[in-house]
Design a binder for this molecule. Structure first.
Ligand code: FAD
Length: 436
């Protein structure tokens, strides 16, 4: 189903109070609140609304977060399975329904190619269809721009098919033979499971990602965490501070109703585990000798979440079923350090080691030495420039369906205050024009 862009301008106006870059859940949420406040704006989307969910996820993809956590502004999940996990096409449909409700002033197929300061003091916004000026720019481009493939991948023989997780669709896409999945974050373990369930022989390079229980003491772990106030924790109170933004997500899955992922159990079923990828030389992949440690550390995080839930249950005097203590279902006999691809019959590699954001098109001093955007709750040090939809922008839910509404509302409040009641963007005329 294609989203019908709301009364979209055929071309850019010379000037907007607000330009929103990106038509995903973050950009649409911003548009929702801007419309509510009667602030004139445009949403520019390089491809189509919901592109990343529609085109950058594999066929069996489903949410890891339960449906009840889908809380787009004034549009929470209202389907029959709040405890379920929407499949890819259902997520796209949810987003398209939200877009249909918001009716954003959206132009699809338009890429913003540069944002810089114009002599007038406004922002100069260059796009694939021309230039406009803006008083405020909200960057809602998602942050998963560049799929990471390690430089040593160039050393692989041509006979090995390489696919990044963003381009992985299903097991049949890969040539016959065994598969090496590199990376054990959420994507890596889910793709490993997808291949394993299809009967493919899988090898997995296990990194340092932590893992989470799914159901514990009779309830979904996210429900306990919700009740314990974890989702209200803000990054300024997080023990890791801003570094929380760069931590790998806990792995588990929503597949088939949701379950935890214990890689030791997959090892018992025949999946071959290795440590972190170290190098590739002449068809031989080298790994760090850290498999044992990585499995242990993932389990330690898993157990610490269980302990936190136990403590909460005890404190609150809740009656909840007891659970058997965690035990290691399998322990590696040493840390394998090499894998000869040809000897193992491996014909393809799936890279699942993440993405980098690409902000090179923003020509403004809003970034730290590592190229990460600087902001407080999305408000950058460059007056009028904002970021939205990034992990731990403010809370755990900021980069997810759960928290984007709060962050978007906050940014629009800031924009409204800055525009001031007397400005053209905040008057009844503008509100009517946008809503028309
Ligand atoms: C594999 C994976 C699994 C995830 N699972 C979950 C989950 O279970 N639950 C959950 O809540 N979250 C999950 N997320 C996180 C998050 O919800 C998604 O990343 C979501 O897509 C973020 O929405 P967004 O609007 O911030 O960014 P996006 O959906 O990426 O939207 C950004 C949009 O900006 C457009 N764009 C980019 N650059 C430009 C430009 N220069 N000009 C114009 N347009 C541009 C893109 O085309 C895109 O449509 C997952 C993320 C990934 C990668």
């Amino acid at each position: 189903m294609s989203t019908t862009p709301s009364p979209a301008p055929a071309e850019l106006a010379p000037h907007y109070p607000v330009v929103v870059v990106g038509g995903g859940q973050a950009g649409l949420s911003t548009s929702h609140y801007l419309k509510q406040q009667g602030i004139a704006h445009v949403v520019l989307e390089k491809r189509r609304v919901g592109h990343s969910w529609r085109s950058e996820r594999w066929d069996s993809f489903c949410l890891v977060t339960p449906n009840w956590q889908c809380r787009l502004p004034d549009f929470p999940y209202a389907g029959p399975e709040p405890q379920g996990f929407m499949l890819r096409d259902q997520i796209v449909a949810y987003l398209e329904a939200f877009a249909a409700r918001v009716q954003p002033p959206l132009i699809e197929g338009v890429a913003v190619t540069r944002v810089s300061r114009h002599v007038s003091g406004a922002f100069e916004v260059d796009t694939s269809i021309g230039r406009c000026l803006a008083d405020h720019v909200v960057v809602a481009t998602g942050g998963y721009d560049i799929p990471i493939v390690p430089p040593c991948a160039h050393g692989l023989p041509d006979s090995i098919t390489q696919v990044h997780s963003v381009a992985y669709r299903n097991p049949a896409q890969l040539p016959p033979g065994e598969v090496l999945v590199v990376g054990s974050g959420q994507s890596g373990v889910q793709i490993m499971e997808d291949l394993h369930l299809a009967g493919r022989k899988v090898h997995l390079a296990v990194g340092s990602a932590p893992r989470s229980p799914r159901v514990y003491r009779g309830r979904e772990a996210t429900e306990w965490l919700h009740e314990m106030g974890f989702y209200e924790l803000t990054v300024d109170r997080h023990p890791l501070g801003d570094e929380a933004r760069h931590k790998t997500n806990h792995y588990m899955t929503g597949r088939d109703g949701g379950h935890e992922i214990d890689l030791r159990r997959f090892a018992l079923e025949g999946v071959k585990l290795y440590g972190t990828l170290a190098d590739i030389r002449g068809g031989v992949v080298g790994f760090k000798a850290d498999l044992t440690r990585n499995l242990d550390e993932a389990d330690e995080v898993y157990c610490s979440i269980r302990r936190d839930i136990d403590a909460y249950i005890a404190r609150a005097g809740i009656e909840a079923p007891e659970e058997a203590p965690f035990h290691k279902a399998w322990v590696p006999q040493g840390d394998p350090e090499q894998l000869d691809l040809q000897a193992a019959g491996i014909t393809s590699i799936v890279w699942a080691i993440g993405f980098r954001a690409d902000y090179r098109w923003i020509d403004l001093p809003a970034f730290d030495g590592r190229g990460h955007p600087r902001f407080t709750r999305g408000v950058s040090p460059v007056p009028g420039l904002y970021f939205l939809g990034l992990p731990w922008l403010n809370t755990w839910g900021s980069g997810r369906f759960l928290g984007v509404a709060d962050d978007a509302r906050h940014l629009v409040d800031v924009i409204r205050q800055r525009l001031g009641d007397a400005r053209e963007g905040v008057n009844t005329e503008a509100a009517q024009a946008v809503a028309a």
